[in-house]
Design a protein around this ligand. Sequence first.
Ligand code: AHG
Ligand code: MN
Ligand code: MN
Length: 365
Amino acid sequence: MTITQSQRALETKNGLGAYAAPKTMTPSHSTDDALPLTGHENLTTIQSYLLAEERRHEGASGNFTWVLSAISLAAKFISAKVRRGALVDALGTMSTENVQGEVQQRLDVIANEALLRCLGRRSGVAIVASEENEEPLLVESNCNGKRPYVVLFDPLDGSSNIDVCGGIGTIFSILRHDRRAESAEGSVLQRGLEQSAAGYILYGPQTTLVLTTGNGVQQFVLDPELGQFLLTNDNLRIPQANKSYSVNEAYTSAFPQPYQEYLSWAHGEGYSSRYVGAMVADVHRTLLKGGVFLYPPTERAPQGKLRLMYEANPMAMIIEQAGGLACAGTERILEIEPTALHQRCSVILGSTEEVERVTSRLQHG
Ligand code: AHG
Ligand code: MN
Ligand code: MN
């Protein structure tokens, strides 16, 4: 065997064959000066994707692209801190509590600061609201006829996973600034249906950003060498069904009866259970593999635990745009009229068939 032959055999064995030149690309020049291809058939960055989208909308001001680029910059900053963790003193707790009365982790605060700083300097952002701040923050009060945006976020989702190297994320929701509202909070309190865009970033083995602007769901992966989010899927669709549920099953006896009945039915049907304990990671798996993610009401949290404005609403928009369903009990999450920035709601989301199996029990229960 020649060196090249044995190398190829090894590459195939190790699955490295994927790094060969993509079949669709035929070099127009001699093979001697062919570029060493890396496997990226499509080098579409999130910025170039958004600019191309913007061109399709007549009269677009560019504000939206600018807001998204602030979020992707913050995500790269947070990702870098997550990757280094203890090496840059980013783990452990603070001595402070957030507005929900939860102990803050250092990374909760770092992520919040990163988003506030990146978004606070962008024209086009009128108001930002975070899980970590009691009140929405007014960034630009005089909009001068512009139509800027309101950005809501959970800067660091899945805090309990931070110190154990588990999956964590950031969730965001983008609304139009409602200039009729008298207060910043008034402008923020819009139904999920009004969202202009929603997305999340999952800091897992890769850092991935999943986005919807109301035109399907796109996935980008952060290339650590290029420092860019590159498009990997421009139309994610959730499978219609999968025998898998994701719930904190330790609370089962505190769930309303119809949820308990669904879980015992699923046991009999041979369902799998998957639960990371970080909504971003659990929803991401549900989006890609199908199944249902549940956070029902409990005795301790009768409204549910998750927050409507920056957890449930953005995830509901993504799941619906991917062809799934998202409900709070029997109500569609995106239709809930919000009354408070930090209000909670119960969540059932995922594959259409699996969500309906739960909601039909709630309807008849
Ligand atoms: P956060 O870290 O932003 O407070 O969110 C934690 C949430 C969510 O990520 C997850 O789905 C849920 O809490 C897990 O709650 P339990 O530990 O009660 O299962
Ligand atoms: Mn969260
Ligand atoms: Mn959080």
